[in-house]
Design a binder for this molecule. Structure first.
Ligand code: SAH
Length: 512
């Protein structure tokens, strides 16, 4: 049966994209309309297809949340237009998500729908902050309560005193605005001031913070730590088993803000590695990489591709673009020929290996000089036909060394262009200017040059954290210096792994 004209009421989980269910992820990439709230991680929305209509019904500065009746009507209308509509909510749709109202309206309108659960905030925050919710001796029930952050509403909806009397672990959603009142009600209900209590804000995200304390000190401790919504408040004896140290905040770069300056399409890997180490990553792409080739050069090179003795790739980008063009011209990999293949570094080699081709040479260090030197050392260059697949920058050194020292006959096939990207377009720019960062990573000379070029836009406000400059290797360091920028730390090897290692060494726990 076709899914046209159907609504999917889906939980997007608490924030961490790895906690989005496989089913939700499939729907995100296949829906035609997505209707979403504030608490949905914006990075999840990057995964919807380009032609999908996005409707933000959450609260934004200067604009109110779309009223619930309007949201319901919207879902019905879009489904009746024949669309696959994804209604995406933070956490689980049935936990304080107003899913029941939407379900009722869809039933009335006879619009078919499905419901997909999500990891709700209380369970996620507990797990990511190491707070047990039940224990054989200390807690045998859990209650999810709403403290309702809506300050216009006078009184609390939930009878907190009754829940206090029932014991067990209380998980209070939307309670930060009424925290003092909630604590008083619980004390009135008979809980003692030393009942363990905790708060986790921005759970599962790199901005996660927690407070472990007692009911009597809860309000003061929240204020002292500056915790703000969204947050879940936990009260109960099992909560007392939580430790200050927890697996999530013990990761080496937890609490550190790191700026990644690579082009958006290339930033993913480094970003993922840094986030795994616990860092909050700000993406300020300083360069952009665009496919760019001259048709005649491509045609000429491909027509005699099998005659090259060496083919050199200087970036993963180049590899992808090359094989893109290659398979447009040939249907069989055997047309590639019996040449040897060299790559500037491991990441580039990995891209080549995806085509089941073995890479014959990767230099110790990922620079053009090292690549040229390693090739010269093979004693196979004299009068050899060499093809260099590359971009528009930094290729002169490589070609010069191959021709002059190796006496090779070099053809260059430029396949992409690296340009400065307008950093003003980066959504993370305001956050960077206002709060600064612990480090900014330069992964190529062009990122250093572009930074210098746009330094006025990148000026921090007074009091913002001034980042140290981390360079991927000597060539990039040289460019930083030429631009009058400091090099505070340099990776021991020109690789992303070494960059992360250097950051951990310099910003890790012992340096806190
Ligand atoms: N349906 C959601 C809850 C929506 S109500 C769910 O199942 O999680 C909104 C409240 O959820 C917030 O006020 C806060 O109490 C909680 N919340 C949502 N995401 C959170 C997060 N990442 N960290 C802490 N609390 C969160």
């Amino acid at each position: 049966m076709s899914d046209s004209g159907k609504v999917f009421l889906v939980g997007a989980g608490p924030g961490d994209l790895d906690l989005v269910t496989v089913k939700a992820m499939k729907l995100v990439s296949s829906c035609e309309v997505v209707v979403y709230d504030n608490l949905v991680n914006p990075r999840l929305l990057e995964k919807v297809s380009g032609d999908c209509e996005r409707i933000d019904v959450g609260k934004q500065p200067g604009r109110h949340t779309m009223p619930q009746e309007e949201i319901c009507k919207l879902l019905v209308d879009k489904a009746q237009e024949g669309k696959r509509v994804l209604r995406l909510k933070g956490g689980d749709p049935f936990v304080f998500g107003r899913c029941a109202e939407e379900m009722t309206v869809l039933d009335e309108a006879e619009v078919p729908y499905e419901i997909v659960p999500g990891v709700t905030a209380a369970l996620a925050c507990a797990a990511y902050a190491g707070i047990p919710l039940t224990h054989r001796d200390f807690g045998s029930s859990i209650a999810f309560l709403t403290g309702h952050e809506d300050l216009e509403k006078e009184s609390l909806r939930v009878d907190f005193a009754k829940f206090a009397a029932a014991g067990g672990t209380l998980c209070v959603y939307m309670g930060m605005g009424k925290i003092r009142e909630i604590v008083d009600k619980l004390l009135d209900g008979g809980l003692s001031e030393d009942r363990p209590a905790a708060v986790v804000s921005h759970g599962t995200l790199s901005a996660q913070r927690k407070v472990l304390t007692t009911l009597g000190s809860l309000v003061d401790e929240i204020e002292k730590a500056g915790l703000v919504a969204p947050a879940v408040i936990f009260v109960g004896n099992a909560v007392g088993l939580a430790q200050q140290q927890d697996w999530f905040s013990d990761r080496p770069l937890f609490g550190r803000r790191i700026v990644v300056t690579r082009a958006r399409e290339q930033a993913g890997k480094l970003k993922g590695m840094l986030e795994k180490a616990g860092a909050e990553v700000l993406e300020l792409p300083l360069i952009e990489v665009k496919p760019a080739c001259e048709k005649e050069v491509v045609a000429e090179v491909l027509s005699c591709i099998a005659s090259y003795e060496w083919v050199l790739f200087t970036s993963a980008n180049g590899v992808r673009e090359f094989f893109n063009l290659f398979f447009r011209a040939f249907s069989d990999i055997r047309s590639f020929g019996p040449m040897r293949i060299a790559c500037v570094g491991a990441a580039t080699a990995k891209e080549v290996e995806k085509f089941n081709l073995e890479v014959d040479l990767v230099p110790e260090d990922s620079t053009a000089e090292h690549l040229a030197k390693a090739l010269v050392d093979t004693d196979s260059l004299d009068s050899a036909n060499v093809l260099v697949v590359t971009g528009n920058r930094n290729r002169e050194v490589l070609v010069k060394l191959l021709e002059e020292i190796g006496r090779a006959i070099v053809d260059v096939m430029p396949l992409y262009e690296t340009d400065y990207a307008d950093v003003e377009k980066a959504p993370a720019l305001d956050s960077y200017r206002n709060h600064g960062a612990d480090a900014i990573v330069f992964t190529s000379s062009s990122t250093a040059d572009s930074f210098a070029e746009q330094e006025d836009v990148l000026t921090l406000v007074e009091g913002a954290l001034k980042p140290i400059h981390c360079s991927i290797g000597p060539v990039t360091s040289e460019s930083l210096k030429e631009n009058g920028l400091s090099v505070d730390i340099e990776a021991s090897k020109s690789s992303l792994e070494a960059v992360v290692e250097t950051l951990v060494k310099n910003l890790g726990p012992s340096k806190a």
